[in-house]
Ligand binder design. Structure first.
Ligand code: FES
Length: 334
């Protein structure tokens, strides 16, 4: 039986089908709730349950503590209603954000190629177009398991039928070693759901932007770069891509060609464990070397949590306003 969730201060309510989280139901009903990881690990989707009860599911104890639960807090991405609910988001609901409702999609694999060490490009042609914002992600459903794995779109939102993903292999991982790096093939059919996430850019911004990506954290940044240049959203963009070795870098020629063709775009690949013709060291140190001050700039960061934390620290050292630092952390999808 569907439960009904009412968001305090809003007239509308939305139904939650059996087994769905509050977040999934909200996004399917075209009702925006703040969220990032959808995995119960970031806390962005925290809500206060004003009336009713929820099953907290797999909410991480460090993100939603026993005290949080006792005081009526829940994670919307994990909470399943036990009856009708009234809730209030804890974080800014950003109601002005354009909404692309969460939907299920099917598509056909059009490209599956090795692009870097243990990294593949997967291109899926959807049966139906998906509207999304540059920086958002999609969940690929691992066949036969019902398990979902999250990957950011690397293509711009203008390309609604051909979605590009960058996938790094995790040894022994169900989705990567067990599927994408093993049995998956061109022409296979795939199930997905999306879009999800609030990382990225939707409106013109006056500040020049510094984009920093580690490994396949490049994917949403590639989408942002292409979208921002195509639609003139940013006055200029510096893209830093960090890898350990040259074999970890990919799309180098793509970005070099873009840099040669568009004076607003600057590309900085950086290697941390190997000497080469380009910059070496930690990617965040390369930013510190290049910018005496980051005041008046914005930043978009995507990569492992340690890289994102180091980048935030470096940018603040260079006087970037914290409100202009946007970040997406990921842990390797298994
Ligand atoms: Fe729910 Fe991250 S904890 S979106």
């Amino acid at each position: 039986m569907d439960r009904t969730v009412t968001v305090s201060g809003h007239d509308d309510a939305f139904p939650v089908a059996a087994g769905n989280s509050v977040l999934e139901a909200a996004l399917r009903a075209n009702h925006w709730l703040p969220h990032a990881c959808s995995q119960g690990t970031c806390g962005t989707c925290k809500i206060r349950v004003l009336c009713g009860e929820v099953d907290h599911g797999a909410a991480d104890e460090t993100i939603l503590t026993a005290d949080d639960r006792a005081s009526g807090l829940a994670l919307a991405c994990q909470a399943k209603p036990r009856g009708d609910l009234t809730i209030a988001p804890v974080n800014d609901a950003d109601s002005g954000r354009p909404m692309h409702p969460l939907r299920d999609y099917r598509g056909t694999v059009r490209e599956l190629s090795d692009i870097a060490r243990q990294t593949r490009r997967l291109v899926v042609e959807l049966d139906q177009p998906m509207e999304f914002d540059a920086g958002q992600y999609t969940e690929l459903i691992v066949p036969g398991s019902g398990v979902a794995r999250q990957y950011s779109m690397a293509n711009p939102p203008s390309e609604q039928r051909l979605l590009e993903f960058h996938i790094r292999q995790t040894e022994g991982g169900l989705a990567t070693s067990g599927w994408i790096f093993d049995t998956l093939a061109v022409e296979d059919r795939i199930e997905l759901r999306g879009p999800l996430g609030q990382f990225g850019i939707v409106e013109p911004q006056p500040e020049p932007a510094i984009l920093i990506g580690g490994g396949t954290g490049l994917a949403p940044l590639k989408s942002i770069v292409r979208h921002a240049l195509d639609t003139d959203l940013l006055p200029s963009i510096h893209l830093y891509h960090g890898g350990r070795r040259e074999a970890d870098l990919y799309d180098v020629e793509h970005f070099r060609a873009l840099e040669a063709a568009d004076s607003r775009f600057h590309y900085h690949p950086v290697l941390s464990e190997e000497g080469w013709s380009g910059a070496t060291g930690m990617v965040t140190d390369a930013v510190l070397n290049d910018f005496a001050s980051c005041r008046g700039h914005s930043a978009y960061l995507c990569g492992p949590p340690a890289m994102v934390a180091a980048a935030v620290k470096a940018l603040k050292r260079r006087r970037m306003s914290p409100r202009l630092i946007f970040k997406e952390e990921f842990t390797a999808s298994t």
